[in-house]
Design a protein around this ligand. Structure first.
Ligand SMILES: Cc1cc2nc3c(=O)[nH]c(=O)nc-3n(C[C@H](O)[C@H](O)[C@H](O)COP(=O)(O)OP(=O)(O)OC[C@H]3O[C@@H](n4cnc5c(N)ncnc54)[C@H](O)[C@@H]3O)c2cc1C
Length: 502
């Protein structure tokens, strides 16, 4: 395998894992091409005036032992398996913090547990008659379920009842996707919240209270309910910066600010790529023995200059885009009696604002925040690239963010000390549009034995970091074992479903 080169498109978790694995298990030299100025893809961490911002809030958890071990080899954890603190984050920089998860739902200016649980607080906040109506509607759905689930609405109603769905799921889900739940495939529910139901949530609540600090992987726990997770001291991007350093040290290359614009191929064989330097505008061709692509499928197919039905399917794949606003504030109105809230994030289930979710970065890692007396937050807005919201000026979006948080009584605008915003295109590959024909793209690209589609947008799959990494690990393993069938790569994240919960 000497002197062979692999071009890897994208320095996100998938691309960097592929490079690391090639260096660990083969003689193939990886050259990672990244369009951005940062490594980490959507899992990067950006800095603003001394504060660090995570686009989303990235929990590091996986039910794959391989991924968990890989992460902990790169960044050792704060606690031992026995729950002893073995690395004090104050004196260690390369450390994974063990964080407790708290996320709640903010609805009608009140907090509800996530997942919704039948506590005295819930009944008091909803009122007795509304709670009873929710309960009845839940039992009705369990006794008389909708026989054939045609869409996501049916999926939710069968698991939670119509009234719970309308109160706690509909608005948020429709904000995320920008289309009615009736138009979304029930398969999305199956991928995201498979198996989560009221009874599981209750059972989980009881069993969790009996568990110890160990069991970081929480294998038996429904993903939406994962309660503890690892988190790099300086945010998820720190992990990917460490991995990049290792790749460079071991002889790989990582080219930032270079965009792959064309994939060269001949007779169903990838031969290289055309890369444009973002700074100079110059384009060069690079030869490759292997090409790994974590770029969006639509761009890959454009870059391959493929015509006909494959092109049409690729062009009709839909992506949901995302804008995140960082706000630094002196105080939160939702703190009670001077006790700071502990939530990592809050689902905003309020239909009079566009805001979808609010991240409290202090509670992910205090090391993301320069001045601990302040709150550093990330507001999440879901939109489509090019729509009215996306096209507003940065200042206008920041103004909307501040006004909305004031409107729902979380902050006072006058307490905002700093603000920044970022647009994140193609944050969510959608399971509608031409998604139901994606197998045809897969059949087409699978014909190229040395072209590997990996990662989230690379495979148009709702992957978390671990799935993206596993797809890369499996692709490299196939090269090592001379396996040409790529089924095992596509099977990642179809057999085991566990994701960031929405
Ligand atoms: C709001 C939100 C919350 C999330 N929460 C979690 C969580 O809690 N835990 C978790 O594990 N995961 C979470 N995820 C998912 C996680 O962000 C992704 O799974 C992960 O980043 C995907 O890695 P990837 O390498 O497949 O793709 P990406 O991260 O998208 O990286 C792809 C890279 O390719 C580059 N690229 C694209 N086109 C080109 C081109 N033509 N030329 C060169 N470079 C190119 C991009 O710039 C990018 O850097 C979350 C995602 C979102 C949106």
């Amino acid at each position: 395998m000497n002197n062979k080169t692999a071009i890897i498109i994208g320095a996100g978790p998938a691309g960097l894992t592929a490079a690391e694995q090639l260096l660990a298990h083969t003689q193939i030299k990886p050259i990672v091409i990244e369009a951005d100025t940062y490594v980490g893809g959507i899992s990067k961490t950006v800095q603003h005036n001394g504060n660090r911002m995570d686009f989303g809030g990235h929990r590091f958890f996986s039910k794959s032992d391989k991924v968990m071990q890989w992460w902990m080899d790169k960044m050792p954890p704060q606690f031992s398996d026995e729950g002893e603190e073995i690395r004090d984050p104050e004196s260690h920089n390369k450390v994974m913090l063990l964080r407790n998860r708290l996320s709640r739902i903010y609805h009608r200016r009140k907090f509800f547990n996530y997942p919704i649980s039948l506590t005295w607080n819930t009944i008091r906040a909803l009122g007795f008659f509304r709670s009873a109506a929710l309960g009845l509607s839940y039992f009705k759905a369990r006794i008389f379920p909708i026989k054939k689930e045609n869409n996501l609405e049916d999926f939710f109603i069968n698991r939670f009842g119509k009234k719970l769905y309308l109160t706690f799921f509909k608005d948020y889900t429709e904000k995320v996707w920008g289309v009615p739940c009736k138009e979304i495939s029930p398969e999305w529910g199956g991928q995201r919240i498979k198996g989560l139901s009221i009874s599981k949530a209750l059972k989980d609540a009881i069993s969790q209270s009996l568990k110890s600090k160990k069991d970081i992987q929480q294998k038996a726990t429904e993903t939406s309910l994962i309660r503890r997770f690892l988190y790099p001291k300086f945010g998820p991007g720190q992990m990917w910066e460490i991995v990049t350093d290792e790749i460079l040290q071991k002889g790989g290359e990582v080219l930032l600010q270079h965009k792959v614009t064309e994939i060269l191929h001949k007779d169903n064989f990838a031969t290289g790529v055309v890369v444009k330097n973002n700074e100079t505008g110059e384009s060069i061709s690079m030869q490759a023995d292997y090409v790994f692509s974590s770029m969006p499928i639509v761009d890959l197919i454009r870059g391959m200059k493929t015509e006909g039905s494959i092109k049409t399917i690729a062009e009709n794949l839909i992506y949901r885009d995302f804008i995140t606003v960082g706000l630094l504030v002196d105080k939160l109105l939702i703190d009670k009696n001077d006790r700071r809230i502990k939530d990592n994030w809050i689902y905003i289930q309020e239909n009079d604002v566009m805001l979808g979710r609010l991240q409290i970065f202090n509670n992910w890692s205090p090391y993301l925040v320069k001045d601990q007396t302040k709150y550093w937050m990330g507001l999440e807005y879901f939109c489509y690239e090019g729509d009215d919201f996306w096209n507003k000026s940065d200042d206008a979006i920041i103004e909307i963010a501040k006004s909305e948080l004031e409107k729902i009584k979380i902050i006072q605008k006058s307490d905002v000390q700093d603000a920044v915003m970022h647009r994140v295109p193609k944050a969510y590959p959608a399971y509608f549009g031409s998604y139901d024909q994606i197998h045809l793209i897969r059949e087409y690209t699978d014909k190229f034995p040395n072209l590997f589609l990996i990662g989230r947008n690379g495979m148009h799959k709702y992957n978390n970091q671990d799935h993206s990494m596993l797809s890369a690990m499996t692709a490299v393993e196939n090269i090592v074992k001379n396996r040409t069938d790529k089924t095992n790569i596509w099977n990642v994240n179809t057999e085991t479903e566990y994701h960031e919960s929405k």
